[in-house]
Design a protein around this ligand. Structure first.
Ligand SMILES: Nc1nc2c(ncn2[C@@H]2O[C@H](COP(=O)(O)OP(=O)(O)OP(=O)(O)O)[C@@H](O)[C@H]2O)c(=O)[nH]1
Ligand SMILES: [Mg+2]
Length: 322
């Protein structure tokens, strides 16, 4: 318990986000596209007029911030600008930064960070989003914190899925509970729950399938896994992490909405930000879904997962490197 409180404290103090280097390089593509668009818009202009605001709106939309969030940001910005006629163009990015950070504060505050006893994390998302990889990375992080970690291979549908998780379990040296391919995923989850309790495990990470015969099946299967887990611990799963491929831009919004309707998602993981210029999706998703982004994935390596912090993200995006 004291350990979790300590970790939570360090987390809240921004300890884990102070070193912004991995974040900087992880979102380099997004930053480059964003800076170029913003520069182009501001070039040769001296005053903040309606034309400029319109172009700025376009920049937000093309940066995958999403329509609803863009509208909110533009509303706030327009109000601010109309209050002060003497604002300089050079101040625009500071204003934008400020309005964005005010908007995103609420979603950032809602994070789940600790629980007493066995902490169960169900990891969901469409195929290829990065669930299994994220589980491997999370297992490493929890192990580094001195936690006893167990993995459950509840993706029994895709050939090779169990083996992939087994490789991660070996790579990060944590045990794995798996049954045969094709067996009932809820049985895997139940077996893992019993094992975790017996062995005094701190964190159980449950991998799930990204694709079944159809989406209805997938959502029903996730509900069944949850019910079975709740038979053992009524409050579990303590977290349902939805993993989304950040590179899919607006599609990630659609997936997030579908999953949150079917199962109560507690947090998001946005992966593959290293390979995309669509990182603006992070801003829109955390605002629109009222579900906090817990982590972002910035590479395939075991250490390429960082706790998400809205301010660190915006700092990196707006920081002038020259
Ligand atoms: N560049 C990059 N690649 C990633 C990241 N996260 C995952 N990947 C890669 O994305 C691919 C799919 O990842 P998986 O973890 O297998 O995805 P999954 O959601 O488990 O997929 P299914 O098991 O098919 O449902 C793999 O090649 C990963 O290495 C990331 O943050 N950055
Ligand atoms: Mg997988």
């Amino acid at each position: 318990m004291a350990f979790f409180v300590g970790i939570t404290y360090l987390y809240l103090m921004g300890f884990f986000t102070k070193s912004s280097e991995p974040l900087q390089s992880g979102i380099a593509k997004t930053k480059l596209a964003w800076t170029q668009r913003l520069k182009k818009t501001l070039l040769g202009r001296s005053s903040i007029d309606d034309d400029l605001l319109e172009e700025l709106e376009e920049v937000l939309l093309t940066s995958d911030v999403g329509a609803a969030t863009t509208e909110k940001i533009m509303d706030r910005l327009t109000k601010r600008v109309s209050k002060d006629k003497y604002l300089k163009v050079e101040e625009l990015d500071k204003l934008l930064y400020k309005e964005m950070s005010v908007l995103l504060k609420a979603s950032d505050a809602a994070k789940v960070t600790s629980v007493d006893g066995l902490h169960v994390i169900l990891v969901v998302g469409v195929n290829g989003a990065g669930k299994t990889t994220t589980i491997g990375k999370l297992a490493k992080q929890y192990t580094n914190q001195g936690k006893r970690v167990l993995l459950a291979a509840a993706d029994t549908f895709r050939a090779g899925a169990i083996e992939q998780l087994r490789l991660w379990s070996e790579r990060v040296s944590v045990p794995l509970v798996a049954l045969d391919e094709g067996s009932d995923p809820a049985s895997v989850a139940y077996t893992a729950m019993m094992h975790a309790q017996k062995e005094g495990v701190d964190v159980l990470l449950i991998d799930t399938a990204g694709r079944l015969h159809n989406n209805v099946n997938l959502m029903q299967e996730l509900s069944k896994i949850k019910r079975v887990v709740q038979k053992v611990i009524p409050e579990a799963p303590h977290e349902v992490l939805l993993v989304l491929d950040g590179g899919t831009g607006q599609n990630a919004f659609a997936q997030a909405k579908e999953f949150s309707q079917a199962t109560s998602v507690t947090g998001l993981v946005l992966t593959k930000l290293d390979g995309t210029a669509k990182g603006g999706v992070v801003i829109g998703i955390s605002d629109e879904l009222e579900v906090p982004i817990q982590y972002i994935g910035i590479g395939e390596g075991v250490n390429d997962l960082i706790p998400f912090d809205v301010h660190a993200f915006l700092d990196s995006l707006f920081k002038n490197d020259s």
